[in-house]
Each structure stands twice: as C-alpha cells, then as structure tokens.
Design a protein around this ligand. Structure first.
Ligand code: SAM
Length: 307
C-alpha cells in the first residue's frame, strides 16, 4: 500500500495535464453528488483518468480502453503485478545509469532493449518493463511504430532518466483496482456503461497539417472517416442520455475556412481553449495553440467552483 497520489507513469503525445482546468469547467453539475462510472475510450497515458480517480470520491468505477495492446498490457501489469514489474525496472535503471558518460554504450543498451521489445516474446511483466524503459529513455517520450507494429523511436538525450518510479507504480496499481482495463476499438466501451456514465474522449487529433501528424500511436490511421465514426458514437451516447466531453485539434486555427469539427459537432457545445503541445520535434512549434473541447451538455458553468 502507498499514500502517494497516482500520476501518469508515461510520457505520451497529447498528454492532457494542461487541459485539466478547462475539463473541470465542462464537467456535469451533479458530479460531486451522484455516483458515476467514468469511461475513457482513448486512455493513452491517462492524465485525466488519474486526476478523476484522485479528485472525485463519487467515482465508483472507471473503464479505460485503448487500441494499443502494448500500452494496455502495461496498465494490466501495473494493476496486477506491480512488484514484479518494479524489480525488472530497477535492474534496467541500475544498468542504464551505470553507463552514464558513454553515449555509445547507452545507445547499444537502448537498441538492444528496443529489439527485444519488438520481438514481443517476453512474458507480460517483462514486456511491460521494456515498454516503460523505452518510454523513459527514447526521444521526447514518443510512441511510434511502423506498419509492422515495430517501435522505431531513437534514443533520447537524457542523462539519468527515472526508469523505475517505484512509489508511483505502487500508487497507480492501487488506483487501478477500481478500473476495468480494455484493449480494442473505442466503440466497445458502450458495453460497459452504467446508469450514470461520464465519457471523456481524447482521440488522436486531426492533424493541423500534413507534417504535424503525430497521430500514429498505434498501427492504423485515425483519419477523417474515423473522426466521423467517433461523432456518430457520441450522438448515440447522447441519445442514450450519457454525458460526454471530447477534445480535438482546432483545425480552424490553421485555416479559418476549415469547418470540419464546427459542422460535424454542430448539434453540441463547442469551446475553444488554450493548449500547449509538449511533444513536437521543433521547439518553435511548441507554442500556445487552441484546441476544441466539445460536450453534449449545455450550461455547466456554475458548478465548477465547488470542486
Ligand atoms: C491523443 S492519445 C490519448 C492521449 C491521452 N488521453 C493522454 O492524456 O495522454 C489517443 C489514443 O487513442 C488510441 N487509439 C487510436 N485509435 C483508436 C481506436 N480506434 N480505439 C481506441 N483507441 C484508439 C491511441 O493508441 C492513443 O493512445
């Protein structure tokens, strides 16, 4: 057991920590009063998941999902075998830190681990440990695979990265005890709704330009027809009386005539909020950007101050 507050254990493209204040304002009014199930169909590193688990005592159960099998294997391992995972990560950390000062040896070690990861023959906790190791030592915490699902991110430039955050892994494991962990397409979460469900969607964003496409978290592309399929799913949830909040990029910021999301979600409430993107290879492009926060609720402003 641990008293530490669980926080995301990965660096992940599109991490949502900086959006928490805006999401807070978009939450339903009764969230502090009524028991609810929290559902996150594109969980990634789970910034909002952990914030929800830490701050909302009426959150009775959570359901998370992602299409990335390796990511979900890592969540499952942390939930069920945290100490086994920690002992492997401690070895990796000691070995990697011992190579400090020799870039060549560090690289050799990194690429050996990457190859082992890509063979995908380790047992569950070994594979999860490799996943965390790569995330902590690779370039900018990126997760990128080629069309054969082979992870291909080069090593990052960190001196002594934390590879084994033991306390946090234990805290996350503890927090995950009331979380159902699913792997697959976002639509399957419909089978896990309860009477009072709140969905938060953070899908791969629609790219602002051809070159800014950072949406390859897993094999397969999340193209415009996927965005439309997601909106249809949101409309279905709305008909079933479930509350949802969704983030996406503001393509209008790049091209004022681009009404893709304004038209797609015209039946719902669309807000433009400030967002910082921390994962961008070009530091000049890491500035302030707008993004969209869309919800099927109307008028949810007054309740925020209560949290
Ligand atoms: C923008 S990331 C989520 C970021 C995350 N919420 C965070 O705070 O870090 C989008 C996620 O959607 C997942 N994904 C892509 N296509 C999917 C699909 N069809 N169903 C479920 N998940 C999918 C990706 O693997 C990726 O983890």
């Amino acid at each position: 057991m641990t008293d530490k507050i669980a926080k995301p254990f990965l660096k992940w493209a599109g991490g949502k920590t900086q959006l928490i204040n805006d999401i807070k304002k978009a939450l339903p009014k009764d969230i502090l009063g009524n028991k609810f199930t929290y559902i996150e169909p594109f969980v990634g590193s789970g910034a909002i998941l952990f914030w929800m688990l830490n701050n909302f005592p009426k959150l009775e159960k959570a359901v998370i999902n992602d299409i990335n099998e390796d990511l979900i294997n890592t969540y499952k391992t942390i939930a069920s075998r945290p100490t086994e995972l920690i002992s492997i990560l401690e070895i990796f950390q000691n070995e990697f830190h011992a190579l400090e000062g020799s870039e060549d040896n560090k690289k050799l070690y990194y690429y050996q681990k990457r190859e082992l990861y890509n063979i995908r023959k380790e047992e569950q906790s070994g594979q999860a440990a490799l996943f965390i190791f790569l995330n902590r030592t690779c370039f900018n915490g990126l997760y990128r695979v080629n069309n054969k699902n082979l992870y291909n991110v080069p090593m990052g430039g960190y001196k002594r990265p934390t590879i084994c955050d033991k306390e946090n892994i234990l805290a996350v494991s503890n927090a995950l005890q009331k979380v159902e962990i699913l792997c697959g397409d976002f639509e399957q979460t419909l089978n896990y709704i309860s009477e009072n469900s709140l969905f938060y969607f953070d899908p791969p964003y629609k790219p602002l330009s051809e070159t800014s496409s950072f949406n390859s978290y897993a094999k397969g592309d999340f193209n415009d027809s996927e965005q439309i399929r997601l909106k249809d799913f949101c409309s279905k949830l709305d008909t079933l009386n479930h509350t949802w909040i969704l983030s996406n990029s503001d393509v209008k910021g790049k091209n004022v005539n681009d009404n893709f999301f304004d038209e797609l979600y015209s039946d719902f409430t669309i807000q433009r909020v400030d967002a910082r993107r921390s994962i961008n290879a070009n530091p000049e492009k890491r500035g302030s950007l707008k993004e969209l926060l869309i919800t099927n609720q109307t008028n949810n402003k007054e309740y925020v101050r209560a949290i």
